[in-house]
Design a protein around this ligand. Structure first.
Ligand code: NAP
Length: 475
């Protein structure tokens, strides 16, 4: 059985206390690797290495840093098959999806920030004849990056790429449920020529090593992606030491279908936005709001598409959905389906675990619920969507905004004015109009309300991972 190691100071090392956790493959339900259950002692080693590396990395020319990150992107592409296989075995997602989306996008994250840092400029203000101000942006030092299990390498790289590009050293922790791709990354960082200590990767439990990274006085900024409840703890802990903190949290995203939309396209894409990656994407739409006049028509088309979905072995190219990430998560998803029944919902499709080894769940469609019931308010983060009716644009906006979350929203309409109007009224960090999950990495990314604080993406991330200093010169 494979034993994962921590990556500290450019070396793969065992955890100092020698403790390990089993890592289960969701597709089979069997243990396939063991990961370090890292402790404070391991963190101190990582911090020591990062402190030594910081003066080297932060003063290296931007051009050289950029080349190293480009090289890392190249190496991920060269090793695409290995990464995709590990991502799929770790997470349960179909192998084809990891190959086509997750791993290429992770490589793109490094490539994007390798280029962005070369083009990054700061501001200057000139008061003619009186003074000049310019803003210096300096790396912060050692930063902590903590990521979840749903898009393991993609979200891991989404944080560490801008942090490294800006000249910081990183101590990062992937989810204990999906450690394998982060484990592979260390070797490639060395091959790319990254100096030892610049990137350190610690494995283990969130409440243990994750919390320790956030608490450590030497981590000056924390970039966290995960659930809202955990984000609250991370934010509270980081604020005790006035650390910069970025929180990308949960969602309960509305998918609004107006009667004037392209119905075929809306139904097909809504199936994708509901069930891609088993519904385990923070940007999946989980509340479908349908204008009353086309409710039945949309429902028929949507269910037709749902019936075509195959849930199966992640290694099988025919599987549209693979396994949920863990038994615990599957039980959580199932408990919400039971709750929906108690709350008066009717299951139109799916609704139960698939009886075979591993953690497979049917794509599930529920109707007949009150828009404000718990099933419609709380994040399920699995292959479960609800169908809901609305009578007017105002009502659609009200329902869309009725949860504590504000991460993303999808609108389907052919009315340009309405598209703008509704986009501006819905409290969401991202609005997709007549499409879903298209991303331009230059745009700011993040949620409103309890879906997070701060924005990642593009120059926002480079600004987050830097200290701004104003220099004022009297003329
Ligand atoms: P999670 O339980 O909050 O965990 C996220 C990460 O935080 C994991 O690495 C976890 O480690 C670690 N962690 C747990 N407790 C911690 C603590 N006290 N201090 C520091 N780190 C701690 O979330 P998840 O279940 O992995 O991910 C699913 C959630 O992420 C969903 O709510 C989803 O919406 C959200 N998400 C949001 C975005 C976005 O961009 N807004 C993107 C993807 C996912 P362990 O794994 O070891 O517990």
């Amino acid at each position: 059985m494979q034993k994962v190691k921590n990556f500290i100071n450019g070396n793969y090392v065992d955890p100092i206390k020698g403790k390990y956790i089993d890592n289960v493959e969701p597709g089979t339900g069997k243990v396939f690797s063991q990961i370090p259950n890292s402790t404070q002692e391991d963190l101190e080693e990582a911090i020591k290495a990062a402190k030594i590396a910081f003066p080297v990395w932060s003063t290296m020319s931007v051009d050289k840093r950029s080349r190293i990150l480009h090289k890392l992107a190249d190496l991920i592409e060269t090793n695409l098959d290995d990464f995709a296989l590990m991502e799929s075995r770790d997470n349960g997602k179909p192998l084809w999806l990891a190959k086509a989306v997750d791993i290429p996008r992770a490589s793109t994250n490094f490539r994007f920030y390798a280029s962005a840092i070369v083009n990054f400029s700061t501001e200057a203000q000139v008061s003619e004849g009186f003074m000049v101000n310019y803003t210096r942006r300096a790396p912060i030092g050692i930063v902590g990056c903590i990521s979840p299990w749903n898009l393991p390498l993609y979200l891991f790289s989404w944080k560490i790429a801008p942090a490294l590009a800006m000249g910081n050293c990183v101590v990062a922790k992937p989810s204990e449920l999906t450690p394998m791709t982060a484990f592979l990354l260390g070797r490639l960082a060395n091959e790319a020529g990254m100096p030892p200590g610049v990137l350190n990767i610690l494995h283990g439990e969130g409440k243990g090593i994750g919390q320790a990274i956030v608490e450590h006085k030497s981590t000056k900024a924390i970039s966290f992606t995960g659930g809202t409840a955990t984000g609250k703890i991370v934010g509270a802990t980081a604020s005790q030491q006035f650390k910069k903190v970025s929180l990308e949290l949960g969602g309960k995203n509305p998918n609004i279908i107006f009667a004037d939309c392209d119905l075929d396209e809306a139904a097909k894409t809504s199936v994708k936005s509901s069930f891609t990656n088993q519904g385990e994407i923070c940007l999946c739409g989980s509340r479908i709001l349908i204008e009353d006049s086309i409710y039945e028509k949309f429902k028929t088309k949507f269910l037709e598409e749902c019936r075509k979905l195959i849930v199966g072995d992640p290694m099988d190219t025919n599987s549209n959905l693979g396994a949920l990430v863990s038994e615990e998560h599957l039980n959580k998803v199932d408990s919400y389906v039971r709750l929906a029944l108690e709350e008066g919902g009717t299951i139109l499709h799916g609704g139960k675990r698939i009886e075979k080894e591993g953690y497979y769940y049917e794509p599930t469609v529920i109707e007949g619920l009150d828009e404000h019931c718990r099933t419609n308010m709380e994040e399920i983060f699995g292959p479960v969507v609800t169908l809901n009716r609305f009578q007017s644009e105002e009502e659609a906006i009200d329902i869309a905004n009725s949860t504590r979350y504000g991460l993303s929203c999808t609108l389907w309409t052919s009315d340009l004015k309405r598209a703008h109007r509704v986009s501006h009224a819905v409290q969401s960090g991202i609005i997709w109009v007549n499409c879903w999950l298209i991303r331009d990495l230059r745009t700011p990314f993040g949620g409103m309300k309890d879906s997070g604080i701060g924005r990642e993406g593009g120059n926002e991330a480079l600004r987050f991972f830097s200290e701004a200093q104003n220099v004022c010169i009297k003329l």
